[in-house]
Design a protein around this ligand. Structure first.
Ligand code: UD1
Length: 360
């Protein structure tokens, strides 16, 4: 008996999450994984370089949907994914994270009666204006197996009335990837390439629509970072969404660079004094890399990073960011590692899938 499982990736963080699962599936020869790329991210630097860095095989199918409004993107993915599922008839569709590809493919699985497994389930920011929050709520409410990275996620699912037999505390696949690749990342020459000494600079990432699509907020954040950059160099790999907004804007003291591949970015983050970010994954990765993280948002769906001491949620107001930055530069943080963030989440997920679908 074999177990055919479709694995969906679409956007940058998905690639990092799926790589260790594809590795872990090798422990059982009955597992027949199929990899489907929706094409949500398509630039070499947003997609292909991650396949190379992480050794992910070329996807079996690429739906090539590309960019568009969120509704258009989700609709296009669903229209392309449904006939493929009718042909492939998998026993399970596995989706990761909270991007548009995640929710689109989960909805197709649900409509076709194919069980859906969601990895990184239950995270909630409590902010429904965040597109990812809606994606998380919908995906979790229609998934059959829900895999959680932290206790707060399970509490959220319980509160939403999800039957506890459906969710599992497994750890964090993003951290599986980090632990597997950290020694390779150490060899990256990105610091030399950018002429940077370790712990001499601050790293900045910004791409959340609430921060970059709103001119007033973006300008406020950039003005603030300009002040920080007067004392400590700030390196800013610019996401394509943000780049569109920056056209023509002069940013004094900020060193903007192209987005980086996975290994170069890990090395740059590990070497920075502080990371200023609105990314979810960066909040988690910085904890393991022992780099202090200041989250430029009003909330986080990953409260464990705050609880473990590596992350402060500082909002987007100038005075708050400057104060938090000053404080972070002045003192040491204590870093504790969350339970089960040990590099083995993918193996746990694989064992649960095998038990569920093959009965042993
Ligand atoms: C998506 C995810 C977000 C994740 C982020 C990581 C959703 C709702 N959001 O946001 O959770 O943190 O990916 O990067 O799914 N673009 C390119 N090249 C590409 C891809 C996109 O230039 O390869 C540009 C396009 O102009 C596009 C814009 O970036 O309109 C935004 O891309 P999109 O896929 O809509 O979402 P992200 O902002 O990347």
């Amino acid at each position: 008996m074999s177990f055919k499982i479709v694995n969906v990736v679409g956007a940058r963080p998905n690639f990092v999450k799926i790589a260790p699962l594809l590795d872990a599936y090798r422990i059982d020869p009955r597992i027949e994984p199929i990899l489907i790329h929706t094409g949500q991210h398509y630039d070499h630097i947003m997609s292909e370089v991650f396949f190379q860095d992480l050794g992910i095989p070329v996807p079996d199918y690429n739906l090539g949907v590309g960019s568009g409004s969120h509704v258009e993107q989700i609709a296009k993915i669903m229209l392309a994914f449904e006939p493929l599922m009718n042909d492939l008839k998998p026993q399970c569709i596995l989706v990761v994270g909270d991007v548009n590809s995640t929710v689109a493919c989960a909805m197709v699985g649900c409509k076709l009666g194919i069980p859906v497994a969601h990895v990184e389930s239950g995270l909630r920011s409590g902010d429904r204006s965040m597109p990812e929050e809606i994606n998380r709520i919908i995906t979790d409410s229609i998934s059959d197996l829900l895999f959680c990275t932290e206790n707060s996620a399970m509490e959220n699912l319980r509160r939403e009335g999800v039957d506890p037999v459906r969710f599992f505390f497994v750890g964090n696949v993003m951290i599986d990837s980090l632990m597997k690749n950290i020694s390779k990342a150490e060899e990256s020459a990105i610091l030399q390439k950018l002429s940077l000494e370790p712990r001499s600079y601050i790293l900045l990432t910004l791409h959340r629509p609430s921060n970059v699509d709103n001119d007033a907020v973006l300008n406020r954040l950039l003005d603030t970072v300009e002040i920080i950059a007067r004392d400590t160099p700030v390196i800013f790999p610019v996401h394509p969404r943000t780049l569109k907004k920056l056209q023509g804007r002069q940013i004094d003291g900020l060193r903007t660079i192209e987005p980086l591949g996975y290994l170069d970015f890990l090395k740059l983050m590990a070497g920075s004094k502080i990371v200023l970010t609105d990314s979810g994954s960066v909040q988690e990765e910085s904890l393991i890399l022992k780099t202090k993280c200041l989250t430029l948002r009003d909330n986080t769906e990953r409260p464990i990073t705050v609880e473990m001491g590596s992350n402060r949620v500082v909002g987007t107001r100038e005075a708050d960011i400057l104060l938090a930055c000053k404080e972070a530069l002045a003192r040491d943080y204590s870093f504790r590692v969350p339970p089960l963030w040990d590099g083995n989440a993918s193996k746990r997920i694989t064992r649960i899938l095998v038990r569920h679908f093959l009965g042993d």
